[in-house]
Every structure is written in C-alpha cells, then in structure tokens.
Design a protein around this ligand. Structure first.
Ligand code: 2P0
Length: 332
C-alpha cells in the first residue's frame, strides 16, 4: 500500500442570520461585509483524505460517485493551495459523503469545504489553529469559513487595506451569545439550483442597484444582532434575520436579468410564517440560494412549528439546533 492512513473530518452546515452575498476579491474569497451564522446539528459532511505518492492526479469521490467537472475542479484547486502551503507534492484520494442533497440551498459547500480543509490540512501536515483553518476553508467556499466553528459564528470580512488581506478574513465564535435558537427547514425542493450562488452573487453585485443599500444594512444588522444574541432577545434576532434574508432576495430580484430563487411555494411558506406570528408564535423566515424556507425560532417552539409546517405544506420538514464545529474523527 502506498497510500497513507486517511485523515477523516466531519463538519456541519451553517445558516446565516446576517448573510454573505458578494465578494470584493473573487480569488481570495473576501466578502464585502461581515456575516453571522448558526452552525447546525444536522446534515454533516464526512471527508476522508489520503495521500497517494504514486498517483499522478487527485482522485475525488463524492457520495460514492467519481467527481468530475466543477466539483472536481474546485476540489483540486483547493488541494493545490494546501500542497503549496505545506510544501508537499503528493496527490490525494478524497472520499466525501454528504447527508444533505447537494445544491439544495442547505449549504453543502459550507460543510464540504470545512471538512475538506480540516482533513486535507491534517493529511498534509499543515500546521495551524482554528483561525488558520477558517481562513483556509474560506478559500474553498466563503460560508465554509463559518462551519469551522460551532454555535453562533461571525465571519470577519477583514479590512480592504490590510497588509495581507488573506490573513485578515476569518470566522470566530460568538462567545457571549445567550440564546437557544432552532431552525425548522421546510424542504420544498432538493434538486440542484438553477444558478450557483457564486455566479448569482457576482451578477447581483454587478447589476442590482439596491445591493449597496442592502450591504449597508448588513453592517448595521450585524451590530444589532450581536447585541440581541448577548441579551437572549429572540424577537430581535428573528426580525433582523428575516429582514436581512428578504432584502438579499429583493436585491437579487433587482439584478438584470433577475436572479430568482424564491418560488410561489416559497412565498406560501413565508405567508404561513407571518400567520404564525399573527397568532403570537415567535417564528421568522430565512432563505438562501434556493427556494427552501427555514423558520428561525426559540428552541422550545421548534416542535410545534415543525408540526404546523408539515401540516400546511405537506413538505418534508427538518428541525435543526445549534451544532458543533469541524472535528477530526477516527477512521471507521
Ligand atoms: C450565506 N450563502 O451567508 C449566504 C447566503 C447563500 C445565501 O454563503 O462563492 O457557497 O463558494 O463563497 O459560500 C452561499 O455561498 O459561496 C452562501 P462561495 P457560498 O450563507
């Protein structure tokens, strides 16, 4: 056997409450603004990386199938970065397993690149702490920087005039949050999305006039959100999150041509969430680069909100709570 023992890492998706949408540097994956998320306890990605000194190319398997095209390209590009930093040349065998449908708007790229960053860094002997790992994961997919940590997490955009901007943008846990929040995900569609978020955010930045206002709003929202997390103020957290998500979708829809992830089914769920609030139930909606609606609520309310959503939509509903950061796992 020429291949090394595998390094196996597990990471979970995260859901942004103040969203990341738009890069100021495409190559380094540097965002325009800070974002804030909650790492979830569902749908982990498990990734094993072994080095194969005899191989002439990286071999990537995703969910049992040999990866090709864009998935292979992004993975190899990421491995090249790790090899460059580690001063190593061996090619890798990567075996990654998602438990969430790829492209379903439930952030498989966040858990995917967080797990790959940890497993690859370990396999190639790349030294570094969690902050360095977050910076590395960011290069694979922006939101992956946040999945390195558990609980509530802020991804710092970094300052544009920093001497080394790559060093300056990383995620860190929000250590003073005092909120037990849950997420009720209404899975309307689980197929691949029509437009990748990478392409959609580029197009929004370039062509949507309201984008600048939304971005300014994100900066203010982040400050207020941190305060609300500190104070355990579920209502303020929910209101900020819903406003921020709907503002992001409004900006996309103002792009030319429009980027539309919201469907009639999404709008119906948004209506059910409003109806819950009118009944006095603390429920707020958030949406990402897909039609699925996730309902943010206090942990104690998640069960009854999930029951309601199942009853009124007939769609599969998943309840997620706060989950852990990325970690290494012993091999099976
Ligand atoms: C977020 N999303 O903050 C936002 C909200 C989707 C909507 O981060 O181009 O897959 O790989 O850096 O991280 C999805 O974008 O994008 C995302 P890239 P990513 O969660």
């Amino acid at each position: 056997m020429t291949v090394s023992e595998p390094a196996v890492a597990v990471a979970h998706p995260n859901i942004a409450l103040v969203k990341y949408w738009g890069k100021r540097d495409e190559d380094l994956v540097l965002p325009f603004a800070d974002s804030l998320s909650m790492t979830l306890d569902v749908f982990p990605t498990t990734t094993a990386v072994r080095l194969d000194p005899a191989a002439g190319a990286d071999h990537v398997v995703m969910d049992g199938a040999v990866a090709r095209g864009e998935v292979l390209h992004r993975t190899v590009r990421f491995l090249e970065l790790v090899r460059e930093r580690a001063g190593r040349r061996e090619r890798a065998v990567v075996d990654t397993r998602n438990t969430v449908p790829v492209g379903a708007g439930l952030a498989s790229s966040a858990s995917g690149f967080a797990a790959l960053a940890l497993a690859a860094a370990h396999a190639y002997g790349l030294p570094g702490d969690s902050r360095a790992l977050s910076r590395l994961a960011r290069r694979g997919s922006g939101s992956a920087a946040r999945s390195v940590f558990g609980g509530f997490v802020v991804w710092q955009a970094g300052t544009p005039d920093a001497p080394d901007p790559d060093q300056d943008s990383y995620a860190e846990p929000v250590t003073d949050a005092r909120l037990d929040a849950a997420l009720v995900a209404v899975v309307l569609e689980s197929g691949p999305k029509p437009v990748s978020s990478r392409e959609a955010m580029r197009h929004t930045v370039a062509t949507a006039a309201p984008y600048r206002d939304w971005l300014a709003d994100c900066r203010a929202a982040l400050v207020r959100m941190r305060e609300a997390l500190r104070g355990g103020d579920m209502t303020t957290v929910g209101e900020i999150a819903e406003h921020n998500a709907l503002g992001m979708h409004a900006a996309m829809e103002a792009a030319r041509p429009a980027v539309r992830y919201r469907t009639a089914a999404s709008d119906a769920v948004l209506g059910h969430v409003r109806a819950l609030r009118e009944e006095g139930v603390g429920a707020w909606a958030t949406m990402d680069a897909g039609p699925n609606v996730k309902v943010l609520c206090a942990g104690a309310d998640a069960g009854r909100i999930a029951d309601r959503m199942r009853a009124v939509t007939g769609a599969p509903v998943v309840v997620a709570r706060s989950g852990p950061g990325a970690g290494l796992r012993a091999e099976d």
